[in-house]
Structures are given as C-alpha cells and as structure tokens.
Design a binder for this molecule. Structure first.
Ligand code: ADP
Ligand code: MG
Length: 725
C-alpha cells in the first residue's frame, strides 16, 4: 500500500520531504507555528490521518504474520500483544510525560496497539504537521493513564516489607503471610482490572481493525478515483490545450474577420457615401420623373381616349379585314388562274420566240444576205470653208435613202461609164449608185445602228454576221465601227452599240429560258500577219480549222479571248486594243489605215426550258484604206503594205463574187482576212458592208472606186443563210 501511495505523495512534491520514514529520528515539534491556510490545514490533517492508518495497518499485518509463524491463536496473540503494548505504553508515556504536557500524552494513548506504534506516528505526525500531537480521544486513554499512575503509586517502595512499610521479621511468618495475601489480593485486583482493560482494548482493536479494513477499501477506491481523476485531469489539460489552440485559431480567424469587416465597413461606408449622393441625384431625378409622370398621366388620359377610338376603328378594321380576306381569297384564286394563264402564255411566247427567229431570218434573207450600206461622212474643220459644210458633188435624191448621186463638173479625166451624161463638150458626169441604204452626212450613229441592229439580233439567234467598213482612209470607217470615244455616248460606234444591244437582248431572253455566254477577241491583220490587240505579249498567231468532226470552225492560235459579262468590259477592251495599236506604230492612224482590224464576239446561247441552243458570231471589221496606191514608185515596207492591202481587198471582192456566182472554188485562202472570215462569208452567214465615202471633192475618184466595188458586192446573191443549231 505504501508503494501505491508514494507516487501520489511524490506527485504532490511534498511526501518525501515531509513524511518521515520509519526508524528516522523523531524531532521535537517546532515551537514556531507557521500560519496555514484552511485548505493546507485540511490537507495536512488528512495526510497525517492516512499515515496513522497506514501505520496501524502495517502493524496489524506484521503481528498477523508473526502469529502465523509462531502458531499461536489470534486471540492469545492479541492478548499478549495487548499486554506488551500496555506495558510499553506505560513506560513510554511515562517518559514522554516528563517532556510533554499531559494532554498530549493522553492523545497518544488513544492508539489501540503497541505503545511504540502509537508513539511513533504521533511523533511523525507532529513532524509532518509541525504541530502538537493530536488531542486525546476517548476516556480510555485517561483510564489507562490513571491505571499507570495507580500502578506506579501502588508499587511498594524498594526494600519495604508488607504491613505499613515496615519489614516483618523472619519469624513473623503469619505477618509475612498476611502481607503476601494482601499483596496477592492487590495483584489479583490489579490483574482483573487489567484483564478487563485488555478485553476492552481488544474489542476496540477488533473494531478498529474492521474500521481499518473499511478505510483501506475506501482508500483504494479513493486512489482509483484519484488515479482516474489524475488521468481525467491530464486528459482535460490536453483537451484544454487543444481548446486553447482552437481558441487561438478562432481568435486569429476572428481577428482577420474583424480586419476584413473593418475594411468592408470602410468600403461600405464609402459606397454608402457614394450611394447617398447617388440617392440624392436619383431623388432629384425622381422629382423630375414625377413631374414627367404627371404629364404622362394627363397624356395617357388623352391616349386612353384615343385608344378607345382606335379600338373602335380596329373593330371596324377587323370587320373590313374579314371582308378583305374573302376578297383576298377570291383574288388568290384569280391569281392562280392568272399564273396558269401566264405560264401558258410564256409557253406560247417561247414558241413564238422560235417562230420569231424564223420569220426574222426570212426577212433578213428577203433583204439579202449581203447588204451594202453607203455612208458619207460630213465635211469637217477646214473642209467646210467656202461651202458652208454643203457637199456640192453629192446628192441623196430619194426618200427611201437608197440612192447616192455623184456630180462631177469640169474636165473629168474619168474613163468610167456614167449613168447619165449631161451637156456637150463641157462634160458634166453624174453617177448614180443604189444600195440597201444610203446614209447622208447628216445621219447620226444611232440612225445607222438602227439599220444594223436586226443583224445583231441575227447573231443572237445563232447566225454568223459579218459587218465590214470599206473605204478610203479618212472616209469614216473607224468612226462608224468604234466611234470617237466610248465615253462620248452620241458618237459611239457600231461595236459598242452592238454589244449594248446584245446585253439588253440576253437579259430579255433570260425570261424566255435563254442564257448566253459572250467571248470577245480583237485582232489586226497587217501585212498578212495577225496581231492580238488584247494580248500582253507579241506572239505568233496562225489561223486554224477546228479538228473536230463535222465542224469547220476557224480559230486563231494564241489569241486572247475574253469572256464579257457586262458592257463596260467591252469598252475597256476597245481601249486596250487602241493602246496596243499605238504601241506597234508611232503613227497610229497610218498603221491602222494600212491594216484590217477584226472585233469578234462569240454568242453561245442555251435555253434551259426548251433545250434549244444557238451559236452565233458577230464580226465587225474595220478594213484597211481602200485608196489605190500606185505600186510603181512604192518601195520597201510601203510596197509590201500596198501589195498586201490590194491583195486582201481585191480577194475579199473575189470571194464574195465567187460565192455569188456559186463557184466551186471560193478563194478564201488567198488572203488572211477571207480565210479568217470564211464562215462569216457565204451561205450560212449574213454580211453587211459599209462603204464609207469622203465628202471631199478631191476624193471623187476614190469615192467612185469605192462605190463601184460596193456595187459589185451588192449585186452578189449569197445563198440562203443557215442557222447554226
Ligand atoms: P478612216 O477610219 O476611214 O480612216 P476615220 O473614221 O478616222 O476615217 O474618220 C476621219 C475623221 O473624220 C475622224 O476625225 C472622224 O472623227 C471624222 N468622222 C468620220 N465620220 C464622221 C461622221 N459621220 N461624223 C462626224 N465625224 C466623222
Ligand atoms: Mg480608220
């Protein structure tokens, strides 16, 4: 038990220093009394009590063991021990009494066991508490002390005999016997008293032992409780630390939150300020709005009335709408019928278009597949001087504009035959020529074009059309074909006008199911050599026949072919051609007058509804100047040019005449021009020749030549043109 208690004492840090060990020297109690707190006093009291109990228990155990060893019975042992203890107690108490007060000794005598055991704890307890020994408990201690005193006082003085302190003589046997009996009786009385006392003590010991056992049990329970409490304390301390940590953590978190909240508060405060100012502004605004609302409310009232009115009108409208719906339905049916009719009519139109093409062609054929138009240009600039711009030697007598008369007064060195001759020696020659159309010097480009537009239409219908401009240099060929400038709308020539008409017509024909692709090319034949007027580089060009079967299509190698999708593109092409010509020759007009330029537009059409196709070609040819150049006297380049021009122009006439005469052989190959245009001259083509004449009188002879050439061409009847399908 002591081992179990030691840790407790040690734990408190007091046990070893304050509780004396058995056998240690007893110290007298300190006379100086230190003031104690009530708790401390209570603690000390408890500790002393514990110690006393422990001591009692130890002693009991030891005695128990001893009794076991000696084999004596418990009761005898107890009795013996009690006696011994009693004796010792008497001795010790006596000795102690000499140094301590009586009350202290009485307290010590409360101890139920041997005197040593009683005295020691008291001393130790005194040492432990530094107080006086505990006070006496019970009256028995007092009785015992009294007994001890009695015993001590009843003791006969040393050397005394019986009988009143006087030693009996040896012979006084009777006296001595009486003394002895008295003594014995006293002893017997004493003994009985002692025995009684001992029994009392023994009973007390037994009750104390049982009490001790009870206390031991209580102590062990308490110890367990203490141990558990200690563990609980440790646990609680640990928990406390954890809780403290948590608390710290929470506190830090709260600190952070506080600082955050502070910041938030400041921010909110600022926001509040701004909101406040905002609010003020809003209030002002609200006031304004309130005023507006008031206005609007009054306006709303007006609107309400209007709305009512509108509702009324709406109801009327709904009623009228219903009527209209019925009407719409009726009209829809009507429209559907109309659509059907339109579709039928479109169908008819398409068939009419085919019919129109046939009739148009018949008219063209009746007009002749080769036609010649004569055009006289006006006098220009200085040419008008002295004549007021009137051409004196030319007449246009008929209303139909088909005849041109030339008058030549004076000694004309003309050998040609005259249509009429007036006068005698002073010969005046008058020549009359008839053509399909004669355009006087007052005829505008538009008037001229109106006469050729039907041929342009034929090209769209799938025929090959060839329009030539023949005449001497300066007679107005280029003017007729190209005009002065594409930007000069009134003076635009036949090429831009033809293109414009073609685009207009293709747009119209689209509604009839026709879609056209237009491809343009522009070339120049100079000295029997082909030059590409739309190309960027000077390449060699040859005229070739298409290798395809049943096709005698002619094409030029390396020739630039430009797909044209809008009119403006053609103007650009004309400008580019003009630029290319001027690059080739510094004296542009000189070069152009000695070369043929051929503008070709291929028109490929397809009708997606009827499935019809058409492929026509429109050739617009500005021929080289037809003026007769004397071969003799010309040299070098000039000679070569002259030969080439004469050859090609005369060959053109020959080809046309051969066609008219229905010759077996048509000399197309004799010149590049006729070879190139072979498909546009002859049976399956329509040919128009402008013979341009100069109004200048000095050009009379050349004019005459031109008109004669044109007449020759006009007299040819080229076979019926065939539409290409
Ligand atoms: P060619 O091409 O036959 O050599 P041009 O067409 O160059 O002749 O005509 C020569 C000049 O006469 C040009 O300045 C041209 O503008 C002008 N000219 C020709 N025909 C007419 C006409 N019908 N109206 C006005 N000017 C014309
Ligand atoms: Mg010209």
């Amino acid at each position: 038990m002591e081992d179990q208690r030691k840790p407790l004492a040690t734990k408190n840090g007091e046990g070893n220093s304050r509780l004396p060990m058995f056998g240690s020297k007893l110290r007298p109690p300190s006379t100086v009394k230190r003031p104690r707190s009530p708790e401390e006093k209570q603690d000390n009291k408890r500790r002393c009590l514990d110690y006393s109990e422990r001591t009692v228990e130890t002693r009991a155990r030891k005695s128990s063991e001893t009794s076991k060893v000696s084999g004596k019975t418990g009761s005898s042992l107890t009795r013996q021990r009690s006696e011994t203890s009693l004796n010792r107690s008497t001795v010790s108490n006596t000795s102690l009494r000499s140094t301590n007060s009586g009350s202290s000794l009485r307290a010590n005598n409360v101890r139920p066991k041997a005197n040593t055991a009683v005295v020691k704890p008291t001393a130790k307890a005194a040492s432990c508490t530094n107080t006086r020994p505990p006070p006496a408990r019970g009256a028995q201690g007092t009785v015992r002390l009294a007994t001890s005193k009695t015993s001590s006082s009843n003791k006969p003085p040393a050397g005394n005999g019986g009988g009143g302190g006087k030693k009996r003589p040896a012979w006084d046997l009777k006296g001595r016997l009486e003394d002895m009996e008295a003594k014995l009786e006293k002893q017997t009385n004493n003994r009985e008293g002692l025995v009684n006392q001992m029994e009392t003590q023994n009973q007390r010991i037994i009750s104390l032992e049982s009490m001790n056992q009870q206390l031991s049990g209580t102590v062990s329970i308490k110890e367990n409780i203490v141990s558990q409490a200690s563990e609980e304390i440790t646990d609680l301390k640990r928990k406390l630390r954890q809780e403290e940590d948590k608390h710290d953590e929470v506190q830090r978190g709260l600190q952070r939150e506080i600082s955050d909240m502070t910041f938030l508060k400041e921010t909110l405060s600022r926001q509040n300020d701004s909101l406040q100012s905002d609010l003020n502004a809003r209030r002002v605004e609200v006031d304004g709005l309130k005023a507006s609302v008031a206005q609007l409310t009054s306006a709303q009232a007006g609107m309400g009335a209007e709305l009512e009115n509108t509702k009324l009108r709406l109801e009327q409208a709904v009623t009228s709408n219903k009527t209209k719906d019925t009407e719409i339905e009726r009209l829809r049916n009507l429209l559907e019928n109309r659509d059907r009719e339109i579709e039928e009519q479109n169908c008819q139109i398409r068939s009419h278009e085919t019919e129109r093409r046939k009739l148009h062609n018949q008219i063209q054929e009746l007009k002749g597949n080769i036609r010649v138009f004569c055009r006289v240009r006006p006098l220009l600039g200085d040419e008008t001087l002295g004549n007021d711009g009137m051409i004196s030697h030319m007449n246009f007598p008929d209303q139909e504009q088909r005849i041109i008369e030339l008058d030549k007064t004076g000694d004309a060195t003309l050998n040609e035959s005259c249509l009429t001759k007036k006068g005698g020696n002073n010969a005046q020659s008058k020549y009359e020529f008839g053509f399909d159309k004669v355009f006087s010097d007052h005829t505008s480009q538009q008037q001229v074009f109106e006469e050729i537009s039907q041929l342009v239409q034929s090209a769209l219908d799938g025929y090959n059309v060839c329009i030539f401009a023949y005449g001497q240099t300066g007679s107005g060929k280029t003017y007729t074909m190209e005009g002065t400038s594409v930007n000069d709308v009134d003076n635009r020539g036949m090429i831009p006008r033809a293109v414009l008409q073609i685009f207009d017509s293709t747009r119209e024909l689209e509604s009839k199911g026709w879609k056209y692709a237009l491809d343009a090319s522009f070339l120049e034949i100079y000295n029997e050599t082909i030059h590409d007027l739309l190309g960027d580089e000077d390449l060699k060009h040859d005229i070739k026949m298409s290798g395809q079967k049943n096709s005698n299509e002619v094409f030029v190698t390396n020739l630039t072919i430009v797909p044209v999708t809008k009119e403006e593109m053609v103007y650009q092409l004309l400008q580019k051609a003009s630029k290319n010509r001027s690059v080739g020759e510094t004296k542009c007009n000189e070069r152009s007058s000695r070369s043929h330029s051929v503008f070709t537009l291929k028109l490929t059409g397809e009708n997606s509804i009827t499935g019809e196709t058409s492929q026509g070609t429109l050739n617009l040819v500005d021929l080289a100047g037809s003026e007769r150049l004397k071969e003799s006297g010309s040299e070098g380049q000039r000679m070569k040019e002259t030969l080439a021009i004469n050859k090609s122009l005369s060959n053109l006439g020959n080809v046309i005449m051969a066609i008219g005469n229905k010759d077996n052989h048509i000399p197309y190959r004799n010149s590049k021009l006729t070879y190139l245009l072979q498909n546009s001259l002859g049976g399956n083509s329509k040919t128009l020749m402008f013979v341009n004449v100069s109004p200048k009188e000095e050009c009379f002879q050349e004019t005459l030549n031109s008109l004669r050439f044109a007449t020759k061409v006009n007299q040819c009847n080229i076979g019926t043109a065939q539409q290409k399908r």
